[in-house]
Design a protein. Structure first.
Ligand SMILES: C[S@@+](CC[C@H](N)C(=O)[O-])C[C@H]1O[C@@H](n2cnc3c(N)ncnc32)[C@H](O)[C@@H]1O
Length: 223
């Protein structure tokens, strides 16, 4: 897979190589960390839920790795990545540009989830964001994200597992090192309850262990 081929296999090694090439403007350590991400974060499991020519909103897009992967795979017709962190957005813009498919992608700095674009999307993603949000604000964050899902659209939610203890601990230590926070794991059952109550069906529920970490993936479709 190269940054501009428009197609790729779903092999983690290929994804890692793709991200390593794409983010060559980042400092060495960050570039290595980004390229290691496919080994711990199941991008390929998310990618398959994004239909061709989708209009995608990535909430808390960070440095834009997921959108870059989706752009390079030719899945996206239009996309918006939102984040609170301008530095991450600058990197995401650059990465998207380097995929050669960035015409219809925009990146937006938001101050709160209420500032997400007032629009409807085929797919709204929230990947490893909610555990960074203060517990009393998590419900609003999910509410604002799912409001942007269009008819029969998909809400793709990925976070870290609550159990077993040692995978949760690995996640806590990782976040302590890289973001200086001792995070509180998301209560996935509460997210499920909230999203279902808003008129979505749960179409896939996966617990995906990777190295020391545990990913919890929920795919909801608007009924
Ligand atoms: C662990 S990173 C994940 C980034 C990206 N989703 C990914 O999987 O590569 C968490 C991201 O959530 C963003 N974030 C945290 N709180 C946020 C908020 N209130 N609104 C939008 N983004 C937020 C952070 O700035 C960071 O980029």
């Amino acid at each position: 897979m190269s940054a501009s081929t428009g197609s790729f296999s779903f092999d983690r090694k290929d994804l890692s190589r793709f991200l390593f090439d794409l983010y060559d403007y980042e400092p060495k350590l960050l570039r290595k960390l980004i390229s290691a991400r496919p080994y711990v974060c199941p991008f390929e499991e998310m990618e398959r839920h994004v239909p061709a020519n989708a209009k995608v909103l990535d909430v808390g897009c960070g440095n834009g790795a997921l959108l870059a992967i989706l752009l390079a795979s030719g899945r996206i017709s239009e996309a918006t990545g939102c984040d609170v962190h301008e530095g991450a957005l600058a990197s995401a813009r650059k990465a998207a540009g380097r995929t050669g498919h960035s015409a219809d992608v925009s990146f937006l700095r938001i101050g709160s989830f209420a500032e997400l674009p007032d629009d409807c999307f085929d797919v709204v993603t929230m990947v490893d964001v909610l555990h960074h949000v203060a517990e009393p604000e998590r419900k609003t964050a999910v509410e604002e994200a799912i409001k942007r899902v269009g008819p029969a659209g998909v809400f793709l939610f990925k976070d870290m597992v609550e159990a077993p203890f040692w995978r949760r601990l690995a996640h806590n230590i990782d976040d302590l090192i890289f973001s200086g926070e001792w995070v509180k794991q998301v209560k996935t059952a509460e997210v499920e309850k909230q999203v279902r109550a808003a008129g979505f069906e749960l179409v896939e529920s996966l617990e995906i262990p990777r190295v020391f970490y545990g990913n919890t993936l929920r795919v909801f479709r608007k009924i």
